[in-house]
Design a protein around this ligand. Structure first.
Ligand SMILES: Nc1ncnc2c1ncn2[C@@H]1O[C@H](COP(=O)(O)OP(=O)(O)OP(=O)(O)O)[C@@H](O)[C@H]1O
Length: 816
């Protein structure tokens, strides 16, 4: 695609954005609880629109070359991502759960399930800072240094006798196998001879023989032709993929190459632009600077004189904090400026008085409100004020005023626009020169006062520094490792095994299809369970988008920790690794098993948590993974685990997590398959979001089988009934499915596939050897989930709804 194509895409996105922004204020109006459904519908529509915008802005930002436009696009992209996260939070508040059935909205907007996918901005990986890359290199270096040591530890010596026995048994096995093959062949020959002797040879005439051969050959040819016709028809109607993959792959490769070459051009143009920024700044300072300086001085002098003529005294010079002499240039008379300054001082005083009064008033109000709410629960829905909308608005305005109505929009240039750059830089230079002029003019004003009014120096009004808040914040915690460098702490954590190298796996590798009938199930009063697709989206929203960019993190509602709950093999660990891969985050492993014995002693746990959080914050983004997190929150520690002391770090962990603030890109991810063993309150208080992962449904199992088999390098054929496999694998997790595939598709079997196609029955035997997720286990997990705060709310909401429906039905009956 060309620069023009991306320009058109950008224009189309802004047309949609304008529509959405117009409707934004309507979401802020409170809506009574009975209109919950329509409110949820409006929220969903906005959510889907913003998701689409995020996808398009990401594509345009990734491929557009013009550096000034890219800067604006980046702001818009981050703003829209922030808004998506805000809307997700709103949806959770309205739906009382982490999954949202958007199938109906999807249909109404004429979108496809692929539009529900949360796009991960490509710049997360492409624009990783040099510091992040250096850190990854450092980790690789340390690990490579440790590797020989570890492999030496693992290498167990072998005695001479043991080695001899091993070699002898291998040799005997080889000879045995040879002899067996030899004997089998002899036996076969004997059997064949015996048969010939018994039956005697069948005699055919020449014609009969020719007939037999023709029959067999023609039958074979016809069968082959029919299979070919059938295959090409299926390909034609799109039921099976075309075997000519090379053509498809070469087209894809070409597209990828074109994208890559645009990225290279981006880097070149960015370099040029950076050069131009410096040069423009210099040239403006040299050419226009002196003029600007003189003009400013004249204007300020004029102001001094006018003020003196009007009020009989020289004015106070505005201090630096309030913008210096810039205040005078904002189209105001000197009198107005002076008055404003005085009024401002008075207002500040008033505000402080009012604030203290308001606090008292609020306290009283809260009391009465509490009493009221106890009497009549009145639920209303409205969205919270957004942090990202002002940023999106500003970006949209900049686009409209600067880029929308350009004459060259049809064939836009990839070069930067020097006029726009000069305009921007002029403002900057003006500010710098104003600061210098202010300094000079303050001195001049002092001299004038002395010479004209014989006035000694007036005390300069310094803005009062806000008194440090006494209430609330306690003293900052003591730094236990103040004398250590960050690099040495990092190295220590790697050596000790608390920082690990994450497995490279993309979030898109977490396979799973979405639930297509969510709304229908809800209408039938059946609670839809999260699909693997929902889980992937939630991890993208809570984990990846928040950690990937500092700007998005500080804009989005703050989430410090998430908990993944599901049976073993559901891919919890895989998701943790995927978050690290997509965002380039460090992986800290604070699982109880891994923490055991590290930093022992009374204050060891405190030191451990302190170092981990310190390094995680400095080298952000970071993921702190707590596997088997139920152990850290055990209700009762089992006897056999007492030695491990799994709750050792709990207190310090909770304290340190609370201290994470917006902008600290550190996320705690807990994983567990037995949450019922932990104390519910502590676990739910610690983890802000809980994502429940039940076993996969039919649709997900279907795509899992298909993808996993294809990933092993085989083409699916008609002989393999994936649908049947998906049916019989009900109750099995993706981990089980993967295990079954790995056991069947050995290298040997893969080589045989062209001659002997795969069939479903091959997999069933291996699957049957594995233990599925039993109904009881799943019921326990579900029961646990409905005891969590959000689960409880959900249950209550459904119960209320059912009661309401029953009441309405009764009333209807009575009326009849
Ligand atoms: N949705 C999925 N798509 C592709 N692969 C998956 C999926 N879910 C799980 N897997 C694969 O299944 C295997 C098991 O997953 P993983 O170890 O992450 O599960 P887990 O839930 O953490 O298990 P445990 O609770 O036993 O630690 C991994 O190899 C993972 O790659």
């Amino acid at each position: 695609m060309s620069e023009g194509a991306y320009q058109r895409l950008w224009e189309a996105s802004h047309a949609t954005l304008e529509e959405v922004l117009e409707k934004e204020p309507s979401l802020l109006e409170p809506v009574p609880s009975r209109e919950r459904q329509s409110f949820q519908y409006r929220l969903s529509v906005h959510y889907l629109y913003y998701l689409g915008l995020l996808r398009r802005f990401d594509m345009t930002y990734d491929q557009m070359v013009q550096p000034q436009k890219r800067r604006l696009l980046r702001r818009l992209l981050d703003g829209v991502a922030g808004r998506v996260l805000e809307l997700k939070d709103e949806l959770v508040r309205v739906d009382f759960c982490e999954i949202h059935c958007l199938d109906q909205v999807l249909q109404d907007l004429k979108l496809t399930p692929a539009d529900l996918e949360v796009p991960i901005p490509k710049y997360f990986q492409l624009e990783q800072s040099s510091a992040m890359k250096a850190r990854q290199q450092m980790l690789a270096d340390i690990l490579s240094r440790l590797e020989p040591l570890m492999s030496q530890e693992n290498l167990r010596g072998m005695s001479r006798t043991e080695a001899l026995i091993l070699v002898q048994s291998a040799e005997r096995a080889r000879q045995g196998r040879l002899r067996a093959t030899f004997m089998r062949e002899i036996r076969k020959e004997e059997e064949h001879d015996k048969k010939v002797r018994e039956n005697g040879r069948q005699r055919f005439s020449q014609d009969q023989g020719a007939l037999v051969i023709q029959k067999v050959w023609k039958g074979y040819l016809q069968r082959k032709r029919i299979a070919q016709d059938r295959r090409s028809e299926m390909e034609f109607i799109g039921m099976i993929p075309s075997p000519n993959q090379t053509e498809r792959i070469s087209i894809l490769n070409q597209a990828l190459l074109a994208e890559e070459s645009r990225r290279i051009r981006q880097a070149e143009k960015e370099e040029e632009f950076k050069d131009a920024i410096g040069k423009t700044h210099e040239s403006l300072t040299e050419t226009e600077g002196p003029d600007m300086k003189e003009k400013m001085k004249d204007q300020i002098r004029q102001w001094f004189i006018e003020c003196h003529a009007l009020t009989g005294r020289f004015p106070d010079y505005p201090d630096e904090a309030s913008g210096g002499s810039y205040l005078i240039f904002a189209d105001k008379t000197p009198e107005q400026v002076r008055l404003e300054l005085e009024i401002q001082a008075q207002e500040n005083k008033k505000k402080e008085q009012e604030r203290s009064k308001e606090k008292e008033r609020k306290k009283k109000k809260k009391k009465t409100k509490d009493e009221k709410s106890r009497k009549e629960p009145d639920v209303t829905f409205k969205t919270l004020p957004s942090k990202s909308i002002p940023i999106i608005n500003a970006g949209h305005e900049e686009y409209t005023s600067l880029w929308k109505s350009r004459y060259d929009n049809k064939h836009p240039s990839q070069n930067f626009d020097s006029e726009t750059l000069r305009e921007e830089k002029r403002k900057e230079v003006e500010q710098e020169i104003r600061a210098q002029v202010d300094e000079l003019m303050r001195q001049e004003l002092k001299n004038l006062r002395l010479a004209v009014d014989k006035e000694e120096t007036r005390p300069l009004k310094l803005p009062k520094k806000k008194a440090a808040k006494k209430t609330g914040k306690k003293k900052r915690d003591r730094d236990l490792t103040a004398d250590r460098s960050m690099d040495s702490l990092f190295e220590e954590l790697v050596v000790i095994g608390l920082i690990k190298k994450n497995m490279l796996v993309a979030l898109s590798d977490y396979i799973g299809d979405c639930l297509y009938l969510g709304s229908t199930l809800t209408l039938a009063n059946k609670m839809p369970m999260p699909s693997l697709f929902d889980i992937r989206q939630n991890v993208a929203l809570y984990g990846v988008l928040r950690l990937g960019s500092h700007d998005i993190h500080s804009m989005a509602p703050h989430v410090r920790s998430i908990l993944l709950v599901g049976p073993s093999g559901m891919g919890k660990k895989m998701l943790v690794h995927a978050v690290c891969t997509e965002t380039g985050a460090n992986l800290f492993d604070l699982s109880p098993g891994n923490v055991m014995g590290k930093y022992p002693g009374k204050n060891g746990a405190q030191l451990l948590v302190h170092i981990v959080f310190k390094v995680a914050k400095v080298f952000q983004p970071s993921v702190i993974w707590i596997g088997n997190t139920e152990k850290t929150f055990y209700k009762k520690i089992p006897k056999e685990e007492k030695r491990m002391d799994p709750k050792r770090i709990k207190k310090d962990l909770m304290k340190a997590t609370k201290q994470l603030s917006p902008g600290d890109r550190v996320m705690l991810i807990g994983t567990t398959d037995r949450p019922q063993l932990a104390e519910l309150k502590g676990l739910c208080r610690f983890y802000e979001r809980i994502l429940f992962m039940p076993r996969p449904d039919y649709a997900s199992r279907y795509v899992l089988w298909k993808h996993m088999i294809e990933k092993r390098g085989t083409q699916l054929t008609q002989s393999l009934d994936i649908s049947a496999l998906s049916r019989v694998s009900d109750g099995y997790t993706p981990g089980h499915i993967l295990q079954a595939i790995q056991s069947v598709l050995t290298d040997r079997r893969l080589m045989q596939v062209p001659k002997k196609p795969l069939v479903a029955s091959e997999f069933v035997g291996h699957l049957a050897k594995l233990d599925p997720v039993y109904r009881e286990e799943e019921e326990i997990l579900k029961d646990w989930y409905f005891k969590t705060p959000l689960g409880k709310k959900n249950m209550k909401f459904i119960k209320d709804q059912q009661e309401e429906e029953a009441r309405l039905a009764k009333e209807k009956k009575r009326r009849k």
